[in-house]
Design a binder for this molecule. Structure first.
Ligand SMILES: Cc1cc2nc3c(=O)[nH]c(=O)nc-3n(C[C@H](O)[C@H](O)[C@H](O)COP(=O)(O)OP(=O)(O)OC[C@H]3O[C@@H](n4cnc5c(N)ncnc54)[C@H](O)[C@@H]3O)c2cc1C
Length: 306
């Protein structure tokens, strides 16, 4: 950081970008107004709505018709021992269902808060693992996600995600829903008892609402995921242990996919949109690579003008 500051970088934290005036090359935030030569916006998944609203106002064409919806499974390492050999095993199942983002040994499920365009909160679950400095908890979690793509009519993935999130909030009393596999197989909702009684085997790392995910998750998505779970249990027998917990919803937006005017992610002259929020990445490596590509675009433009 010091090295960057010495090279003239100014860092403004706790400051929210609100508006861009591309003709005058001005960026407005909640704390100030900045003149820019070139502007790169990378607001991530959390800034999905901000970017979408901005693109609508600036008439930048975009589509957002693809998203991933699913559940996060949490179980013990003994029931999913494959992680001892492959930390993040990727399995691709029929119906566009796949495993994603495995966390093991010191693993926790978390809830992330999102806001709809009208400001209503909803949650998506996610997974974390602590570094080796923390004590092991013997647990593993990973997502099983189904990719959904809207064609005709070309619906908004963002809006669909919000509806799914709000419905889960309604059924979960304002929290994500968790259900033990044992209850799910019997077609019963989980209750607090399922987390302490017969099905108890380990403590959930995210204490949310015991319930019935099949009341909330769309049928086609649930069918695909259940089929994938049964197939996964033939590869790693034990993962469908009755104590395994299914957390819902896990929602991953693919990004807004703006129409760029060059291969350097320039959406309007001198305005570059990159990262998870702009659909140029879905992970850390592609996110920083997008930044490098945008900067290369700016340098090329500078060179050709100079
Ligand atoms: C729990 C979790 C686990 C993950 N695990 C992995 C993994 O193992 N491997 C992997 O490759 N990827 C992983 N990812 C994804 C990875 O973190 C992202 O792909 C990457 O960080 C995207 O980078 P980005 O710069 O586009 O956005 P971000 O890193 O999200 O940064 C965007 C920033 O912009 C801020 N922002 C939003 N709107 C505004 C605004 N209007 N004004 C100012 N600031 C704003 C946001 O608050 C945020 O700080 C994980 C993500 C999560 C949440």
């Amino acid at each position: 950081m010091d090295r960057l500051k010495k090279r003239g970088l100014e860092i403004h934290l706790e400051e929210t970008a609100s508006e861009v005036h591309p003709k005058d090359r001005i960026l407005l935030t909640d704390k100030g107004k900045y003149q820019y030569d070139d502007l790169i916006l990378a607001p991530g998944r959390r800034g999905f709505s901000f970017l979408q609203d901005l693109m609508k106002r600036l008439r930048i064409p975009f589509i957002d018709h693809v998203l991933d919806i699913g559940i996060r499974l949490e179980t013990t390492i003994e029931q999913y021992p494959i992680v001892k050999d492959y930390y993040d095993p990727k399995f691709l199942f029929p119906d566009k269902v796949r495993t994603f983002c495995t966390n093991a040994f010191r693993a926790y499920v978390v809830q992330e808060k999102y806001l709809t365009a009208s400001g209503d909160p909803y949650y998506s679950v996610n997974g974390h693992a602590y570094s080796s400095k923390r004590q092991e908890n013997g647990l593993v979690n990973f997502a099983l996600l189904k990719t959904v793509m809207f064609t005709e009519p070309l619906a908004s993935g963002q809006k669909y995600a919000e509806m799914i999130g709000l419905q889960a909030m309604l059924l979960g009393g304002g929290r994500p829903i968790m259900q033990r596999v044992g209850d799910f197989r019997l077609g019963k909702r989980s209750t607090e008892a399922a987390f302490t009684g017969d099905l108890y085997f380990f403590e959930p790392t995210l204490h949310c609402t015991p319930g019935d995910i099949s009341l909330s998750i769309p049928a086609k998505i649930l069918r695909g995921i259940w089929k994938a779970m049964k197939l996964l249990d033939t590869i790693v027998p034990g993962v469908l242990h009755p104590s395994t917990i299914m957390y819902y919803p896990e929602i991953k937006l693919y990004g807004n996919k703006p129409t760029f005017i060059d291969p350097y992610f320039q959406a309007l002259p001198h305005l570059y949109l990159i990262g998870d929020g702009a659909g140029t990445s879905r992970g850390i490596t592609a996110a920083w690579a997008s930044g490098i590509r945008a900067v290369e675009g700016i340098l090329r433009q500078g060179n050709s003008q100079g």
